[in-house]
Design a protein around this ligand. Structure first.
Ligand code: ZN
Length: 201
């Protein structure tokens, strides 16, 4: 740890910024300095935005999405096709699919993928709630939009088995998703194509 070059308030800011994904200690210092120089135009609005988001953030009780309203914006949007549930591991995947405007259905966020090695079992994920939703009469298709990793595919198979008696079509993304690929890192075109060319399990 290098010696502090600024007061504790600034060092604290740098330490917190350094915890953000994609920011190491060096870029955290640069970001902190940038904020400090732009404290009226950027730092104050950012502090307000953080505070407001903190107070309003809620996890959607229907789908597990993160939003400032509950049920979330997507679950309450009447223009969404309620017959399709897109299953994702994480909110970042939901955001990636929305960026790609890949599908106009509703979502279900599992909160991770099954991972025996990391001790993540079915009880740690929002799987029971998904099975219950899949049994609703309005639901006709469940799209498993999970990462093309071992854990993602294990999870897809597990869910497919559970949905056998739900009388829904279960589909998965087409092979546009590279093996080991994480949805969040795919470009919008690839993601949209993978959804369009989805295959039935
Ligand atoms: Zn929702």
């Amino acid at each position: 740890m290098p010696a502090a070059v600024a007061g504790p308030e600034i060092e604290r800011l740098i330490q917190l910024l350094a915890r953000l994904p994609g920011l190491g200690p060096r870029s955290a210092r640069r970001a902190a300095l940038f904020l400090i120089k732009k404290r009226v135009a950027l730092m104050a609005p950012l502090a307000d935005a953080l505070q407001n988001a903190m107070q309003k953030i809620a996890v959607c009780k229907v789908c597990g999405n993160i939003d400032t309203q509950n049920p979330c914006t997507i679950c309450t949007d009447e223009r969404r096709d309620a017959s399709i549930i897109v299953v994702v591991a994480d909110v970042s995947d939901l955001w990636a699919l929305e960026r790609a405007q890949a599908v106009n259905g509703r979502y279900h966020v599992l909160g991770g993928t099954l991972s025996p090695l990391d001790g993540v079992g079915p009880q740690d994920l929002s799987i029971d709630a998904l099975v219950a939703r899949a049994h609703e009469p309005s639901v006709q298709e469940v799209i498993l939009a999970l990462n093309a990793t071992v854990d993602g595919q294990t999870t897809a198979h597990y869910i497919t088995e559970l949905l056998l008696d739900a009388r829904v079509k279960v589909t998965r993304l087409a092979h546009g998703v590279p093996v080991g690929g994480e949805l969040d890192y795919l470009d919008e075109g690839t993601l949209a194509a993978a959804i369009r060319q989805r295959t039935t399990l």
